[in-house]
Design a protein around this ligand. Structure first.
Ligand SMILES: C[S@@+](CC[C@H](N)C(=O)[O-])C[C@H]1O[C@@H](n2cnc3c(N)ncnc32)[C@H](O)[C@@H]1O
Length: 201
């Protein structure tokens, strides 16, 4: 691993620095937050699961009583528990120790591009299991930078440890094995490009 990649990994592991750097690169997550507000029901008593929630940067959009965040990184979860409302679990998104049909909606943001097809399938199957029939998943995942001029975007993807950044077609194929795609969109958040899809069980 190169020096720059090591620095990025160290910075990423620190919850405050992680949130700060990403907010800077992503224009305070304005586009992402607007999309979450539009495609998920926020503050309406619906039970929400945030899979791969990191330090809980989006927990404030939901009612704390109805929000559960799950992430493998215990440092992120510890930070989220101290700074956000909601319930936070250190858990692998491929297997969450909660009953079937526990949630009305699931948010997955920036998780699947860290996972192989096999693991991404397991996460999607788990999200499906945890949803009520008719429940929805909003999944927003990194795609290769669209503009050749977006040098910082290309650089970040090269050094970030997201080894499975896919073009939209590949995500689409994975999703349609499990659930139906109700809506999809390519969007820009600061200097990052994403493929977003609303999946319905
Ligand atoms: C790019 S971060 C996104 C975090 C958060 N969704 C956000 O946007 O701030 C990816 C997250 O996925 C988590 N992660 C990676 N593999 C995981 C797994 N198998 N189960 C749960 N979380 C995982 C990492 O710990 C990290 O917090």
């Amino acid at each position: 691993m190169g020096l720059l990649a090591k620095v990025v990994e160290r910075v990423s592991d620190h919850p405050v620095l992680f949130i700060f750097c990403r907010s800077l690169l992503e224009n305070d997550f304005r586009a992402i937050r607007a999309m979450i507000r539009r495609d998920l029901r926020v503050g309406q008593g619906l039970r929400t699961l945030d899979l791969g929630c990191g330090p809980g940067a989006f927990a404030d959009l939901f009612d704390g009583d109805d929000y559960v965040g799950a992430d493998l990184n215990a440092r992120y979860i510890d930070h989220a528990r101290r700074h956000r409302k909601g319930t936070f679990l250190v858990s692998d998104a491929r297997s969450v120790d909660l009953p079937d049909g526990r949630f009305d909606q699931v948010l997955i943001f920036g998780l699947l591009h860290h996972l192989s097809d096999l693991d991404a399938r397991a996460v999607l199957a788990e999200a499906r299991r945890l949803l009520v029939p008719g429940g929805r998943i909003l999944v927003i995942e990194d795609i290769p930078a669209i503009s050749k001029l977006n040098l910082i975007g290309h650089l970040i993807h090269n050094i970030e440890n997201g080894e499975y950044i896919r073009p939209p077609d590949e995500y689409r194929k994975l999703y349609s094995e499990n659930v139906s795609i109700a809506r999809e969109e390519v969007l820009q958040s600061g200097i990052c490009d994403y493929y977003a899809a609303v999946l319905v069980k």
